[in-house]
Design a protein around this ligand. Structure first.
Ligand code: GRF
Length: 195
């Protein structure tokens, strides 16, 4: 399938996907000047910056997003640091073909600053969730989860770096499986079909 990667940050997950050979044909960022765009450029992947302030109304933003995705013939989405909630229209267009990575064991700590939320709560274990995108906030059916222990002296930075290492392993695996049509959704469960 032709994939687009939606970003907005340093792009370490985009890099992991590219290194894994994921068929990323387009990178869309909600923010200019971020590391992810530099990674796309170096890899020769076309990129589009779609800043929120350009389209203050969410529906207009997502109409522009859908148009760009449609023109590029994009069939599947991988969200990696795209800090905007997609409207129902986008979610429905890519239902079952959109993957997100989130730095916590969902349903704990959805939304922004999940690592900080976990540290502030004082949990001993947090982790990574890779899930299909549905209409809610970080609420879609889970493909992979892996725990990461919190150390007593952890900072946002040290914990994030161990979480990232897990993300870089799990996200490309999920994209590979979905690309090969090996993920089947049965209610809340995602079943991995054997080859
Ligand atoms: C990752 O921690 C991901 O879980 C979250 O945003 C971060 C993106 O990091 N959704 P990067 O830009 O891929 O380095």
């Amino acid at each position: 399938m032709r994939w687009a990667c939606l970003v907005g940050g340093t792009g370490s997950n985009l890099r992991a996907l590219i290194n894994d050979g994921a068929p990323i044909r387009l990178v869309i960022s909600h923010k200019a000047g971020v590391g992810a765009l530099e990674i796309a450029r170096a890899a020769g992947i076309p990129q589009v910056v779609l800043p929120a302030r350009q389209y203050p109304v969410r529906e207009e933003y997502d109409a522009a997003l859908l148009r760009i995705l449609g023109e590029a013939g994009i069939e599947a989405l991988v969200l990696a640091g795209f800090l905007r909630l997609l409207s129902d229209r986008v979610v429905d267009t890519y239902a079952g073909r959109a993957v997100n990575v989130h730095p916590s064991l969902l349903p704990a700590f959805p939304g922004l600053h999940a690592v900080r939320q976990a540290l502030e709560y004082g949990v001993r274990v947090t982790g990574v969730s890779v899930h299909l995108v549905d209409r809610g906030l970080d609420s879609g059916p889970i493909i992979f989860q892996e725990a990461v222990s919190v150390r007593p002296d952890d900072t946002d930075e040290t914990l994030s770096s161990r979480i990232h290492a897990v993300e870089h392993r799990l996200l490309p695996r999920a994209v590979r499986l979905l690309d090969a049509h090996r993920l089947e959704v049965q209610g809340r469960q995602v079943v991995i079909r054997e080859e």
